[in-house]
Ligand binder design. Structure first.
Ligand code: 4AD
Length: 458
């Protein structure tokens, strides 16, 4: 069906005075004796196109054409509105493509986000989700461009895996058979299953990413990761999109510099390519959003040692729900205090206690901490988790032993330290979390198409 995108009607001045065919869905309608106005949206822009129907002219307004949600094809002339100059279309011919009955759920102008969460197949037609998912698409392209321009190779790491990268036991099982008492042991059951051993959905592509970095030097992944943790919070989903660069010949300070460059690039690109969406989010969801993002791109991020952060938290004049001691895993309330109250900007926390971090992180000379970093941002908390990797085979084996891990499952990974090991580092950026930060959306369920959370799947 040949037609012009509504976005082009607003941006291509040469269309004024010409006849066009536009298609879309009716967002609002005003009908009077002599003239009717329809606001038409085809999803290509946040703006609705005004269709003017002169009822005394030759264009008839078909029955049902003014119903919310109805899809139309309209032939008409593009004109500049007499009052404000915005292009609109004087209709010559209107065809109803699909009628929309009155039980269409989007009858009210504003609906609560939680109500809309119940209808993911319809909520994408609202202005809010039009803006969210366009921004998501623009940011995905920016991320690929950022890495590709810097010579990184895009690797597709497996989604079904035989090893649990984080060692945290949060994997979804992948199986084709249920366990039954015909099996005498778990081993016997797994041996009978599809892969002949225990398998799950990957929580991270990092371990395979490291394999690829030892061949290409610089790689990144961009795909879904799965976590079976039962955290019913505003920032956890069971299936999220994960960007994971892995860089050879790279130490922690290099990694931090690189992560800051990447975050600034993504934000700058979003501000440049999505001004209408940014304005929309500023007006509807977060006052001061533009200024916040400008501050991020124009200033250095803070880098703070975990040990110093603990001291600051102990001196804080607020009562935390979870007490703070050196060695504790920081809770969201602590992370937010550091990034929102103390620094009011993004903060790289570095050098965490080794006992609360994964086995693969580079052990610092102090024997107590590892060269890890999390990037914390105001409003969202952690958006990046990463580290320099332990490149020394003996130290890595010791760490695995200390954590009670079986080395048999990690033979390939250990080979990387055997055959030409190099200092290397990488991190994981949660795609939904950076979208939340840039749009001001408070709930992760509102920045992913079909959110999967505990007890919720469609
Ligand atoms: O800190 P995480 O667990 O780190 C890793 O997975 C490393 N293997 C990454 C690496 O070094 N290559 O996760 C990285 C990021 C988090 O900072 C967060 O932004 C996001 O992934 N994330 C989640 N996002 C949404 N829902 C969840 N359940 C998430 N879990 C982690």
């Amino acid at each position: 069906m040949k037609h012009t995108d509504i976005k082009d009607i607003f941006t291509k001045k040469e269309l004024i005075g010409t006849d066009v065919t536009v298609c879309g869905w009716v967002r609002t309608a005003r009908d009077s004796k002599n003239v009717a106005f329809l606001a038409l949206n085809d999803g290509t822009t946040l703006e609705h196109l005004q269709i003017v129907i002169d009822k005394n002219g030759s264009c008839a307004l078909p029955e049902d054409a003014a119903k919310l949600g109805t899809s139309l094809k309209i032939i008409g002339t593009v004109v500049a509105n007499e009052n404000h100059g915005t292009p609109e279309v004087n209709a010559k011919e209107i065809t109803v493509l699909g009628v929309c009955p009155p039980d269409y759920p989007l009858q009210k102008k504003f609906q609560k986000l939680e109500t809309l969460r119940e209808i993911p197949h319809i909520r994408v037609r609202t202005n809010t989700f039009n803006a969210v998912f366009r921004v998501r698409s623009v940011m995905a392209a920016a991320i690929h461009r950022f890495f590709q321009d810097r010579g990184f190779v895009y690797m597709h790491t497996p989604l079904i895996t035989g090893s649990d990268c984080e060692g945290a036991g949060e994997m979804f099982k992948v199986t084709t058979i249920g366990y039954s008492d015909k099996y005498k042991s778990a081993e016997e059951y797994y041996a009978d299953d599809f892969f002949g051993k225990k398998a799950g959905l990957s929580v991270s592509g990092q371990l395979e990413g490291e394999v690829a970095a030892m061949a290409f030097g610089k790689i990144y992944t961009f795909g879904p990761s799965f976590r079976a943790e039962k955290s019913n919070t505003l920032r956890h989903v069971a299936e999220f999109w994960h960007i994971e660069p892995e860089i050879a010949f790279c130490e922690l300070p290099d990694l931090i510099e690189f992560a800051e460059e990447m975050i600034k690039y993504i934000i700058r690109d979003f501000m440049e390519k999505c001004p209408a969406e940014l304005k929309f989010f500023e007006e509807r969801f977060e006052k001061g959003l533009t200024e916040k993002l400008l501050n991020v791109v124009n200033n250095d991020f803070a880098v703070v040692d975990y040990t110093d952060a603990i001291e600051m938290l102990k001196k804080a004049d607020v009562k935390f729900e979870y007490p703070v001691e050196w060695g504790c895993d920081l809770q969201s309330e602590h992370e937010r205090y550091i990034t929102e109250k103390i620094y009011n900007k993004p903060v790289f926390l570095i050098n965490y206690p080794k006992d609360i971090k994964s086995f693969y992180m580079k052990q610092n000379p102090d024997g107590k901490t590892v060269a890890a970093t999390d990037l914390l941002v105001p409003g969202v908390g952690e958006i990046i988790g990463g580290s320099e990797r332990e490149a020394d085979l003996t130290k890595l084996l010791n760490a695995m032993k200390e954590k009670g891990m079986s080395t048999d499952d990690y033979k390939d990974y250990l080979d990387l330290r055997k055959y030409g090991t190099v200092p290397h580092a990488g991190f994981g950026l949660g795609f939904e979390r950076i979208i939340m930060y840039c749009t001001g959306m408070q709930n992760i369920r509102d920045v992913i198409f079909y959110p999967r959370t505990v007890g919720n799947i469609r």
